[in-house]
Design a binder for this molecule. Structure first.
Ligand code: AMP
Length: 279
């Protein structure tokens, strides 16, 4: 596996592959790999001839009071894991390489970013869309793979890819979970043992939503109230949002049933966790 730090280096590799008619998959990440990341890389291996993984803790998608500085990093471990997953090249630029002095252009997706994480993390999706658009221009992949764990992010990326005519096929990958249902996340490493036990309340709440809607549509207000109760009965938790609505438009629905999206953001201690399910 090659490691590249600069835009010209990765460009010369991928343009060489393209000349040879090879299909390129891109998996954008912020590192500290777990099975969720590795599943995306293996999917890339399956769907393309070459797999590029970007590892970049993107400063523009963190708010001023968020965890950019503390975000977990372990470059050596990540190298070994990516290599084991069959990755061809790991692109890991410094912030200055991606945002040289004077940069002042951003990608802003309207509408889809108003609610859910967009409401509690102003500017987050602008940072995400901008860095992913840059990665598309730098790597020129045929396909790019993203986890459904970050469901709103996936929809935002699908939207700007279409709106800005990027010739990239966006592939969503199902959420990879721990045995007890907790969605894998680099941020799970922040949890104390006791908080780790509490963190299963997100999955339990989503199971409850599935049960409630299994016999047909139910009132979104009633469903949210039941989920809120389930979560708040768990120690160390504080709810950021509970969303129940349309997975395409990300608009709330009064009644939810088969095909509706239920998405949660919950603070467990000082760690904000997200999870979701399509009913
Ligand atoms: P991150 O490094 O957290 O920015 O995540 C990089 C990519 O991995 C994103 O497309 C995430 O949606 C995806 N991802 C993270 N956790 C999971 C998971 N548990 N299951 C599936 N995909 C995931």
């Amino acid at each position: 596996m090659k490691v590249t730090r600069t835009i010209p280096e990765i460009r010369s590799l991928t343009s060489e592959w393209k000349r040879e008619g090879e299909r390129i998959a891109l998996v954008p990440t912020m590192g500290f790999f777990h099975e969720g990341h590795l599943a995306l890389m293996r999917k890339g291996r399956e769907l393309a001839d070459r797999v590029v993984v970007s590892l970049f803790v993107n400063p523009t998608q963190f708010g001023p009071n968020e965890d950019f500085e503390q975000y977990p990093r372990d470059f050596e471990r990540d190298l070994a894991l990516a290599e084991g997953a069959g990755v061809d090249v790991l692109f890991s630029p410094e912030p200055n390489e991606m945002y040289p002095p004077g940069h002042s252009t951003a990608v802003e997706v309207e509408g889809l970013t108003n609610g859910l994480c967009g409401a509690s993390r102003p500017g987050h999706f602008r940072g995400v869309a901008t860095v992913v658009a840059k990665l598309f221009n730098i790597v020129a992949p045929d396909i790019a793979i993203f986890g459904e764990k970050d469901f709103q992010q996936l929809q935002v990326i699908r939207r700007f890819t279409k709106d800005l005519d990027f010739p990239v096929e966006i592939v969503g990958h199902p959420i990879v979970r721990e045995e007890d249902g907790l969605a894998m996340s680099s941020r799970n490493s922040y949890l104390s043992p006791e908080e780790r036990r509490s963190a299963t309340c997100l999955f339990r709440a989503l199971q409850k939503a599935r049960d409630m809607a299994s016999q047909g549509p139910v009132s979104a207000a009633g469903l949210k109230e039941a989920l809120e109760k389930e979560i708040l009965a768990t120690p160390h938790t504080r709810i950021d949002y509970i969303f129940a609505g349309d997975p395409e438009t990300l608009e709330e629905q009064d009644e939810v049933g088969r095909g509706s999206l239920v998405a949660l953001a919950v603070w467990v201690g000082k760690t904000r966790l997200i999870d979701n399910a399509i009913l």
